[in-house]
Ligand binder design. Structure first.
Ligand code: FEO
Length: 400
Protein backbone atom coordinates (compact mmCIF):
# COMPACT_ATOMS: atom_id res chain seq x y z
CA UNK A 1 0.00 0.00 0.00
CA UNK A 2 1.17 3.51 -0.78
CA UNK A 3 1.46 6.57 1.42
CA UNK A 4 -0.02 9.92 0.43
CA UNK A 5 2.24 12.94 0.18
CA UNK A 6 0.52 15.82 2.03
CA UNK A 7 3.43 18.34 1.98
CA UNK A 8 7.09 18.28 1.05
CA UNK A 9 8.64 15.36 2.92
CA UNK A 10 5.45 14.59 4.84
CA UNK A 11 3.32 11.53 4.23
CA UNK A 12 0.03 10.16 5.48
CA UNK A 13 0.72 6.52 6.34
CA UNK A 14 -2.49 5.79 8.25
CA UNK A 15 -5.39 3.44 7.72
CA UNK A 16 -9.07 3.75 6.87
CA UNK A 17 -11.49 1.69 8.96
CA UNK A 18 -14.40 1.53 6.54
CA UNK A 19 -16.64 -0.79 8.49
CA UNK A 20 -16.34 0.12 12.15
CA UNK A 21 -19.81 0.98 13.43
CA UNK A 22 -19.15 1.21 17.15
CA UNK A 23 -16.15 3.05 18.56
CA UNK A 24 -16.19 2.29 22.29
CA UNK A 25 -19.96 2.85 22.34
CA UNK A 26 -19.96 5.86 20.04
CA UNK A 27 -21.76 5.01 16.82
CA UNK A 28 -19.63 5.48 13.71
CA UNK A 29 -21.98 4.90 10.79
CA UNK A 30 -19.49 6.45 8.38
CA UNK A 31 -16.48 4.49 9.67
CA UNK A 32 -13.31 6.27 10.69
CA UNK A 33 -9.62 6.65 9.95
CA UNK A 34 -6.48 6.37 12.07
CA UNK A 35 -4.22 9.05 10.66
CA UNK A 36 -0.53 8.49 11.08
CA UNK A 37 2.00 10.91 9.61
CA UNK A 38 5.59 10.39 8.59
CA UNK A 39 8.09 13.26 8.44
CA UNK A 40 11.20 12.55 6.39
CA UNK A 41 13.96 15.02 7.25
CA UNK A 42 17.50 14.39 8.48
CA UNK A 43 15.61 12.78 11.33
CA UNK A 44 12.72 10.44 10.54
CA UNK A 45 9.63 10.91 12.68
CA UNK A 46 6.31 9.11 12.88
CA UNK A 47 3.46 11.12 14.38
CA UNK A 48 1.02 8.71 16.05
CA UNK A 49 0.33 5.12 15.12
CA UNK A 50 -2.83 3.26 14.15
CA UNK A 51 -5.14 0.76 15.82
CA UNK A 52 -3.46 -2.64 16.22
CA UNK A 53 -5.25 -4.56 13.41
CA UNK A 54 -4.07 -1.92 10.94
CA UNK A 55 -0.37 -2.02 11.84
CA UNK A 56 0.68 -4.00 8.75
CA UNK A 57 -1.15 -1.52 6.56
CA UNK A 58 0.73 1.38 8.17
CA UNK A 59 4.04 -0.45 7.82
CA UNK A 60 3.46 -1.26 4.17
CA UNK A 61 2.79 2.42 3.42
CA UNK A 62 5.93 3.41 5.31
CA UNK A 63 8.09 0.85 3.55
CA UNK A 64 7.51 2.45 0.16
CA UNK A 65 9.42 5.54 1.32
CA UNK A 66 11.66 4.28 4.17
CA UNK A 67 12.59 1.30 6.27
CA UNK A 68 10.73 1.46 9.63
CA UNK A 69 14.01 0.36 11.26
CA UNK A 70 15.39 3.81 10.39
CA UNK A 71 12.82 5.73 12.43
CA UNK A 72 14.47 8.11 14.89
CA UNK A 73 11.37 9.22 16.77
CA UNK A 74 7.79 8.15 17.30
CA UNK A 75 5.58 10.90 18.69
CA UNK A 76 2.76 9.39 20.72
CA UNK A 77 0.40 12.27 21.20
CA UNK A 78 -2.15 10.17 23.07
CA UNK A 79 -2.07 6.68 24.51
CA UNK A 80 -5.58 5.58 23.56
CA UNK A 81 -5.20 2.31 21.61
CA UNK A 82 -6.62 3.69 18.37
CA UNK A 83 -3.28 5.53 18.14
CA UNK A 84 -0.91 3.47 20.24
CA UNK A 85 -2.19 -0.05 19.46
CA UNK A 86 0.44 -0.57 16.76
CA UNK A 87 3.41 0.73 18.78
CA UNK A 88 4.54 -2.58 20.26
CA UNK A 89 4.85 -4.16 16.80
CA UNK A 90 6.46 -1.03 15.41
CA UNK A 91 9.03 -0.84 18.23
CA UNK A 92 10.05 -4.43 17.47
CA UNK A 93 11.26 -3.07 14.12
CA UNK A 94 12.28 0.48 14.99
CA UNK A 95 14.85 -0.49 17.58
CA UNK A 96 16.70 2.82 17.62
CA UNK A 97 13.56 4.96 17.87
CA UNK A 98 12.85 7.18 20.83
CA UNK A 99 9.22 7.62 21.84
CA UNK A 100 8.17 11.20 22.50
CA UNK A 101 5.30 11.78 24.92
CA UNK A 102 4.01 14.66 27.02
CA UNK A 103 5.95 15.09 30.22
CA UNK A 104 3.01 15.49 32.51
CA UNK A 105 0.99 12.36 31.84
CA UNK A 106 2.37 10.74 28.70
CA UNK A 107 5.29 9.02 30.35
CA UNK A 108 3.14 7.39 32.98
CA UNK A 109 0.46 6.44 30.44
CA UNK A 110 3.09 4.79 28.23
CA UNK A 111 4.60 2.88 31.15
CA UNK A 112 1.24 1.74 32.47
CA UNK A 113 0.02 0.68 29.02
CA UNK A 114 3.02 -1.25 27.71
CA UNK A 115 5.27 -2.02 30.71
CA UNK A 116 8.30 -1.88 28.41
CA UNK A 117 11.74 -0.38 28.78
CA UNK A 118 11.77 1.75 25.65
CA UNK A 119 13.75 4.95 25.10
CA UNK A 120 11.39 7.77 26.02
CA UNK A 121 11.71 11.53 25.66
CA UNK A 122 9.13 13.43 27.69
CA UNK A 123 8.45 16.93 26.34
CA UNK A 124 6.73 19.95 27.81
CA UNK A 125 5.07 23.10 26.55
CA UNK A 126 7.26 24.76 23.93
CA UNK A 127 9.89 22.00 23.74
CA UNK A 128 11.34 21.81 20.24
CA UNK A 129 12.85 18.96 18.28
CA UNK A 130 15.32 19.79 15.52
CA UNK A 131 14.86 17.46 12.55
CA UNK A 132 17.47 19.08 10.30
CA UNK A 133 15.43 21.37 8.04
CA UNK A 134 12.29 21.43 10.18
CA UNK A 135 11.46 21.77 13.84
CA UNK A 136 8.59 20.28 15.80
CA UNK A 137 7.26 22.35 18.70
CA UNK A 138 5.18 20.47 21.25
CA UNK A 139 1.96 21.64 22.84
CA UNK A 140 0.52 19.42 25.56
CA UNK A 141 -3.27 19.84 25.42
CA UNK A 142 -4.27 17.88 28.49
CA UNK A 143 -7.85 16.53 28.48
CA UNK A 144 -8.32 16.93 24.75
CA UNK A 145 -9.07 14.02 25.01
CA UNK A 146 -7.07 12.33 27.83
CA UNK A 147 -4.62 13.83 30.34
CA UNK A 148 -1.70 12.87 28.08
CA UNK A 149 -3.08 14.50 24.91
CA UNK A 150 -0.63 16.59 22.94
CA UNK A 151 -0.48 18.49 19.65
CA UNK A 152 2.64 19.08 17.57
CA UNK A 153 3.46 22.05 15.36
CA UNK A 154 5.79 21.62 12.43
CA UNK A 155 7.15 25.16 12.50
CA UNK A 156 8.54 25.62 8.98
CA UNK A 157 5.52 24.01 7.29
CA UNK A 158 2.94 25.56 9.68
CA UNK A 159 1.21 22.23 10.14
CA UNK A 160 -0.55 21.31 13.39
CA UNK A 161 -0.79 17.60 14.12
CA UNK A 162 -3.74 17.86 16.49
CA UNK A 163 -4.47 14.23 17.37
CA UNK A 164 -8.16 13.88 18.41
CA UNK A 165 -8.85 17.63 18.29
CA UNK A 166 -10.60 18.85 15.11
CA UNK A 167 -11.08 15.24 13.99
CA UNK A 168 -14.21 13.28 13.18
CA UNK A 169 -15.10 9.66 12.62
CA UNK A 170 -15.43 9.46 8.87
CA UNK A 171 -13.89 7.08 6.36
CA UNK A 172 -13.17 8.66 3.01
CA UNK A 173 -11.19 7.90 -0.12
CA UNK A 174 -10.09 11.54 0.11
CA UNK A 175 -7.61 13.09 2.53
CA UNK A 176 -8.43 16.80 2.53
CA UNK A 177 -11.44 18.81 3.67
CA UNK A 178 -11.91 20.40 0.23
CA UNK A 179 -12.14 16.99 -1.47
CA UNK A 180 -15.16 15.77 0.51
CA UNK A 181 -18.64 17.24 1.13
CA UNK A 182 -17.91 19.83 3.82
CA UNK A 183 -21.25 19.53 5.65
CA UNK A 184 -20.73 15.79 6.02
CA UNK A 185 -17.22 16.23 7.40
CA UNK A 186 -18.29 19.00 9.78
CA UNK A 187 -21.25 16.97 11.02
CA UNK A 188 -18.90 14.18 12.06
CA UNK A 189 -16.57 16.70 13.75
CA UNK A 190 -19.60 18.05 15.64
CA UNK A 191 -20.63 14.53 16.62
CA UNK A 192 -17.11 13.79 17.83
CA UNK A 193 -17.14 16.94 19.96
CA UNK A 194 -20.63 16.30 21.32
CA UNK A 195 -20.11 12.66 22.23
CA UNK A 196 -16.51 12.73 23.46
CA UNK A 197 -15.38 16.25 24.28
CA UNK A 198 -18.27 18.44 25.41
CA UNK A 199 -17.47 18.00 29.12
CA UNK A 200 -13.85 18.99 28.39
CA UNK A 201 -14.73 22.40 26.98
CA UNK A 202 -12.58 24.33 29.45
CA UNK A 203 -9.53 22.29 28.40
CA UNK A 204 -10.45 22.86 24.78
CA UNK A 205 -10.63 26.62 25.32
CA UNK A 206 -7.10 26.52 26.73
CA UNK A 207 -5.90 24.46 23.78
CA UNK A 208 -7.56 26.87 21.35
CA UNK A 209 -5.71 29.78 22.94
CA UNK A 210 -2.39 28.01 22.35
CA UNK A 211 -3.03 26.66 18.87
CA UNK A 212 -5.19 29.51 17.60
CA UNK A 213 -2.29 31.93 18.03
CA UNK A 214 -0.13 30.03 15.54
CA UNK A 215 0.05 30.67 11.80
CA UNK A 216 -1.56 27.52 10.42
CA UNK A 217 -1.56 26.20 6.86
CA UNK A 218 -2.87 22.76 7.71
CA UNK A 219 -4.45 20.94 10.65
CA UNK A 220 -3.80 17.22 10.45
CA UNK A 221 -5.96 15.40 13.02
CA UNK A 222 -5.80 11.72 13.88
CA UNK A 223 -9.32 10.96 12.61
CA UNK A 224 -11.09 12.04 9.46
CA UNK A 225 -10.08 14.67 6.94
CA UNK A 226 -7.08 17.01 6.98
CA UNK A 227 -8.00 20.70 7.16
CA UNK A 228 -6.34 22.96 4.60
CA UNK A 229 -9.16 25.01 3.03
CA UNK A 230 -11.62 25.38 5.91
CA UNK A 231 -9.27 25.88 8.85
CA UNK A 232 -11.08 29.05 9.94
CA UNK A 233 -14.42 27.26 9.91
CA UNK A 234 -13.36 24.35 12.09
CA UNK A 235 -11.55 26.68 14.52
CA UNK A 236 -14.63 28.90 14.74
CA UNK A 237 -16.94 25.94 15.37
CA UNK A 238 -14.63 24.67 18.12
CA UNK A 239 -14.71 28.14 19.66
CA UNK A 240 -18.53 28.25 19.56
CA UNK A 241 -18.91 24.74 20.97
CA UNK A 242 -16.34 25.23 23.71
CA UNK A 243 -18.02 28.50 24.77
CA UNK A 244 -21.41 26.78 24.94
CA UNK A 245 -23.01 28.92 22.26
CA UNK A 246 -26.43 27.48 21.43
CA UNK A 247 -29.37 28.17 19.15
CA UNK A 248 -33.02 28.84 19.96
CA UNK A 249 -33.48 25.12 19.73
CA UNK A 250 -35.10 22.48 21.94
CA UNK A 251 -35.12 18.71 21.82
CA UNK A 252 -38.15 16.66 22.82
CA UNK A 253 -36.83 13.21 23.70
CA UNK A 254 -38.93 10.32 24.88
CA UNK A 255 -39.68 6.62 25.06
CA UNK A 256 -43.17 5.23 25.49
CA UNK A 257 -45.10 2.01 26.03
CA UNK A 258 -48.62 2.54 24.65
CA UNK A 259 -48.48 5.99 23.05
CA UNK A 260 -49.50 8.39 25.83
CA UNK A 261 -46.02 9.82 26.44
CA UNK A 262 -45.53 10.15 22.70
CA UNK A 263 -48.77 12.16 22.44
CA UNK A 264 -47.49 14.46 25.18
CA UNK A 265 -44.18 14.85 23.33
CA UNK A 266 -45.96 15.91 20.16
CA UNK A 267 -48.09 18.46 22.03
CA UNK A 268 -45.01 19.93 23.73
CA UNK A 269 -43.25 20.12 20.37
CA UNK A 270 -46.25 21.90 18.84
CA UNK A 271 -46.18 24.55 21.56
CA UNK A 272 -42.47 25.15 21.00
CA UNK A 273 -42.90 25.28 17.23
CA UNK A 274 -45.73 27.80 17.44
CA UNK A 275 -43.31 30.15 19.18
CA UNK A 276 -40.65 29.76 16.50
CA UNK A 277 -38.30 27.48 18.39
CA UNK A 278 -36.26 25.08 16.25
CA UNK A 279 -37.13 21.59 17.47
CA UNK A 280 -35.90 18.05 17.23
CA UNK A 281 -38.27 15.27 18.29
CA UNK A 282 -36.69 11.89 18.88
CA UNK A 283 -38.01 8.55 20.09
CA UNK A 284 -35.05 7.28 22.09
CA UNK A 285 -36.00 3.69 21.21
CA UNK A 286 -35.38 4.30 17.54
CA UNK A 287 -32.84 7.14 17.33
CA UNK A 288 -29.21 6.43 18.15
CA UNK A 289 -28.37 8.22 21.39
CA UNK A 290 -25.09 9.51 19.95
CA UNK A 291 -26.99 11.20 17.14
CA UNK A 292 -29.28 12.73 19.75
CA UNK A 293 -26.24 13.88 21.74
CA UNK A 294 -24.92 15.59 18.62
CA UNK A 295 -28.10 17.67 18.55
CA UNK A 296 -27.78 18.40 22.27
CA UNK A 297 -24.60 20.37 21.58
CA UNK A 298 -26.33 23.45 20.12
CA UNK A 299 -29.72 23.04 21.83
CA UNK A 300 -30.86 25.20 24.71
CA UNK A 301 -33.47 22.92 26.30
CA UNK A 302 -34.07 19.18 26.65
CA UNK A 303 -37.61 17.98 27.33
CA UNK A 304 -37.28 14.35 28.35
CA UNK A 305 -40.25 12.03 28.71
CA UNK A 306 -40.90 8.45 29.65
CA UNK A 307 -43.73 6.18 30.59
CA UNK A 308 -43.30 4.81 34.07
CA UNK A 309 -42.40 1.13 34.20
CA UNK A 310 -41.37 -0.63 37.41
CA UNK A 311 -41.64 2.76 39.10
CA UNK A 312 -38.94 4.39 36.99
CA UNK A 313 -38.08 5.52 33.46
CA UNK A 314 -37.77 3.18 30.49
CA UNK A 315 -34.26 1.80 29.75
CA UNK A 316 -33.63 3.81 26.53
CA UNK A 317 -34.23 7.04 28.47
CA UNK A 318 -31.95 5.86 31.29
CA UNK A 319 -29.24 5.03 28.74
CA UNK A 320 -29.44 8.51 27.21
CA UNK A 321 -29.39 10.19 30.63
CA UNK A 322 -26.43 8.06 31.70
CA UNK A 323 -24.47 9.47 28.76
CA UNK A 324 -25.73 12.99 29.50
CA UNK A 325 -24.58 12.76 33.13
CA UNK A 326 -21.08 11.91 31.94
CA UNK A 327 -20.95 14.67 29.35
CA UNK A 328 -22.59 17.37 31.55
CA UNK A 329 -23.37 20.01 28.89
CA UNK A 330 -23.57 23.47 30.42
CA UNK A 331 -26.21 26.17 30.25
CA UNK A 332 -29.25 24.10 29.27
CA UNK A 333 -32.79 23.81 30.60
CA UNK A 334 -34.25 20.42 31.49
CA UNK A 335 -37.88 19.33 31.65
CA UNK A 336 -39.38 15.96 32.60
CA UNK A 337 -42.74 14.61 31.45
CA UNK A 338 -44.52 11.32 31.00
CA UNK A 339 -47.53 9.12 31.59
CA UNK A 340 -48.01 6.42 34.22
CA UNK A 341 -50.50 3.74 35.22
CA UNK A 342 -50.88 3.27 38.95
CA UNK A 343 -47.61 4.63 40.27
CA UNK A 344 -45.64 7.59 39.00
CA UNK A 345 -41.86 7.49 39.16
CA UNK A 346 -40.39 8.18 35.73
CA UNK A 347 -40.64 11.96 35.85
CA UNK A 348 -39.07 12.12 39.34
CA UNK A 349 -36.20 9.90 38.20
CA UNK A 350 -35.70 11.95 35.02
CA UNK A 351 -35.63 15.22 36.95
CA UNK A 352 -33.05 13.79 39.31
CA UNK A 353 -30.81 12.70 36.43
CA UNK A 354 -31.21 16.01 34.59
CA UNK A 355 -30.00 17.79 37.73
CA UNK A 356 -27.07 15.40 38.05
CA UNK A 357 -26.21 16.21 34.42
CA UNK A 358 -25.99 19.87 35.39
CA UNK A 359 -29.15 21.12 33.67
CA UNK A 360 -31.39 23.78 35.17
CA UNK A 361 -34.56 21.79 35.75
CA UNK A 362 -37.84 23.60 35.15
CA UNK A 363 -40.45 22.04 37.45
CA UNK A 364 -43.62 20.78 35.78
CA UNK A 365 -46.78 18.88 36.61
CA UNK A 366 -46.62 17.01 33.31
CA UNK A 367 -47.20 13.49 34.68
CA UNK A 368 -50.57 12.13 33.60
CA UNK A 369 -52.39 8.92 34.48
CA UNK A 370 -52.98 6.44 31.63
CA UNK A 371 -54.15 8.41 28.56
CA UNK A 372 -53.95 12.23 28.69
CA UNK A 373 -57.25 14.07 28.31
CA UNK A 374 -57.81 16.84 25.78
CA UNK A 375 -57.31 19.34 28.59
CA UNK A 376 -54.04 17.68 29.63
CA UNK A 377 -52.79 17.70 26.06
CA UNK A 378 -53.56 21.41 25.90
CA UNK A 379 -51.52 21.89 29.08
CA UNK A 380 -48.59 20.23 27.33
CA UNK A 381 -48.94 22.51 24.32
CA UNK A 382 -49.18 25.57 26.55
CA UNK A 383 -46.12 24.48 28.52
CA UNK A 384 -44.18 24.12 25.25
CA UNK A 385 -45.18 27.67 24.28
CA UNK A 386 -44.33 29.01 27.74
CA UNK A 387 -40.88 27.49 27.90
CA UNK A 388 -40.17 28.93 24.46
CA UNK A 389 -39.99 32.34 26.13
CA UNK A 390 -37.48 31.07 28.65
CA UNK A 391 -35.41 29.51 25.86
CA UNK A 392 -35.35 32.82 23.97
CA UNK A 393 -34.36 34.73 27.08
CA UNK A 394 -31.33 32.52 27.75
CA UNK A 395 -28.48 34.53 26.32
CA UNK A 396 -26.22 32.17 24.49
CA UNK A 397 -23.13 34.09 25.54
CA UNK A 398 -23.83 33.30 29.17
CA UNK A 399 -23.84 29.59 28.61
CA UNK A 400 -20.17 28.78 28.92
FE1 FEO B 1 -8.57 8.91 18.92
FE2 FEO B 1 -8.90 9.59 22.24
O1 FEO B 1 -8.41 8.58 20.75
Amino acid sequence: MKPANIAEGIYWVGATDWNIRDFHHVSTEKGTSYNSYLILDDKKVLIDGVKAPFCDEMLSRMRTVMDPADLDYIVLNHMEPDHSGSIESLMNLAKKATIIVSEKFGEESLARTFHRDWKVMPVKEGSELDLGHNHIRFFPISMVHWPDSMADYLVEKQIVFSNDAFGGHIASSKLFDDEHVLDEVMHEVKKYYATLLIHLSESIKRAMQKLGALPIRMIAPSHGLIWRSHIGKVLENYRLWSEGVTNEKALVLYAHMWGSTEKMARALADGLREEGIEIGVHDLCTTDRNDVMTEVLDSRALLVGSSTMHNTMLPPVASFLCQLKGLRPKGKLGVAFGSYGWGSGATRAIEQDLKLAGLEVVPTELAFKFVPTTEEMERCRQFGAAIAGKIKSLASATLS
